[in-house]
Design a protein around this ligand. Structure first.
Ligand code: HEC
Length: 380
């Protein structure tokens, strides 16, 4: 009953990027020939602007000083100038932004699901046909995807990846040791490091260089010989979203090194010597969504205590226990479901360094922390 893979993790975020890409591709075929069809603003364009854009670019909010609720405002554009140049989609910032790769800085909408290829083709054709938009139509935001946290907002909340002077040397050292440190997704500078493949060959010394790889968002030390002291370098990795420490000799003392990982959403302590006392060190980790403490000395009471300190945290105590969410039957069921699917995955060699489409197909648990989302909103 090894527990290999994760539901809440950077992998889940990657999965949502891949799924978005797949959706866009499957819609490609359907859009053939659309260039010839006359676009009807009210029918084809208005609904998608209202659903995906106007909540941030309308009467209430004008992100980037841009309103997209009337033709005049849309042509005038925002702080970077015109957003639509009638007749020239390829010169229109609006079209450029909705067709950028998922995860890139400028992509729109900046939150929520990206537009499909079929939808961006409609926009392209609409602009190329003169961006017709009757004066009488003023758009209003309708409840759409805008409020839904998107994977990329998690990364936005982290800010720009920092780089330490020793990063290149650290990467070289890890490479020499056979440790894979890879970008988490295309167009993202965030990285993941997986020591699990090398298992018990990995000592504290092998791990030490990670202290200079600040863009790490996922670190897998499962099944290694890492000790409590060996977790000290992890203190520098304040962008970490997911940390695997299952099947290690970690004790309560090791958890003291995790105190400042304020973005950490996923922590796996399965099959370690951690106790309730160790959980005290985690009370400040307000982003923590999932904690696995099966086969540890953590008690239900200890878990309940931590849950009180971190709203929204799900803790899995093990197969023999109900997840500690008895007061929320729905959440409990979901947690149980998640455990089952993780068990299934565990039967496969799920931790190959090569990317596996299987992971993308797995149910991606909420990848984004709502708090992170709110932060981004304030910033812009
Ligand atoms: C969740 C809020 C949000 C949503 C939804 C959103 N945007 Fe934006 N948009 C922003 C922010 C923030 C900026 C300014 C930062 C930047 O330039 O990336 C911006 C900037 C822009 C700009 C550049 C404005 C300028 O001149 O600097 C364009 C064009 C744009 N958005 C188009 C769109 C379109 C089209 C949609 C819908 C498909 C959309 N946006 C949905 C938040 C949003």
């Amino acid at each position: 009953m090894t527990f290999n893979d994760v539901t809440y993790s950077a992998k889940a975020m990657k999965a949502s990027f891949l799924l978005a890409a797949a959706t866009a591709t499957s819609l490609l075929a359907g859009s053939a020939g659309a260039a010839d069809a006359k676009i009807d603003f009210a029918k084809d364009i208005q609904p998608l602007l209202e659903k995906s854009c106007v909540s941030c670019h309308g009467a209430e909010k004008q992100k980037g000083d841009l309103r997209l609720d009337s033709r005049a405002a849309t042509l005038k554009g925002g702080k970077d100038g015109a957003s639509v140049v009638p007749g020239q989609a390829d010169k229109s910032d609006l079209y450029r932004r909705v067709t950028l790769a998922p995860g890139s800085d400028d992509v729109m909408p900046s939150k929520g699901d990206l537009l499909t290829k079929a939808q961006t083709d409609l926009i392209r054709d609409w602009i190329n046909q003169g961006a017709n938009w009757p004066d009488s139509i003023v758009l209003k935001a309708v409840g759409g995807d805008a409020g839904k946290p998107a994977a990329d907002t998690v990364f936005a909340a982290l800010g720009e990846p920092k780089s330490a002077p020793g990063e290149a040397a650290a990467l070289a050292k890890l490479e020499a040791a056979g440790v894979a440190v890879r970008p988490i997704a295309m167009n993202l500078k965030w990285r993941e490091a997986n020591f699990r493949m090398l298992g018990t060959n990995v000592t504290d010394e092998t791990i030490a260089p990670v202290r200079d790889i600040l863009p790490l968002v996922e670190l897998n030390l499962a099944g290694t010989r890492v000790t409590d002291a060996g977790l000290q370098p992890v203190e520098a990795l304040t962008s970490l979203l997911a940390l695997h420490l299952e099947h290690t000799k970690i004790t309560d003392a090791g958890l003291a090194h995790l105190k400042n990982l304020s973005h950490l959403g996923y922590l796996n302590l399965f099959d370690t010597a951690v106790t309730d006392a160790g959980l005290e060190n985690l009370k400040g980790l307000k982003s923590l969504k999932r904690l696995y403490v099966w086969e540890t000395k953590v008690t239900e009471a200890g878990a309940a205590e931590l849950k009180k300190a971190i709203p929204g945290l799900q803790i899995s105590l093990g197969w023999e226990h109900e997840p500690v969410v008895k007061s929320e039957p729905v959440a409990a069921k979901e947690a149980a479901k998640a455990q089952k699917s993780e068990d299934k995955k565990a039967e496969k060699p799920a931790d190959k360094p090569a990317d596996k489409p299987a992971a993308a197909a797995a149910p991606a648990a909420p990848a984004a922390a709502p708090a992170a989302d709110a932060k981004k909103d304030e910033k812009k």
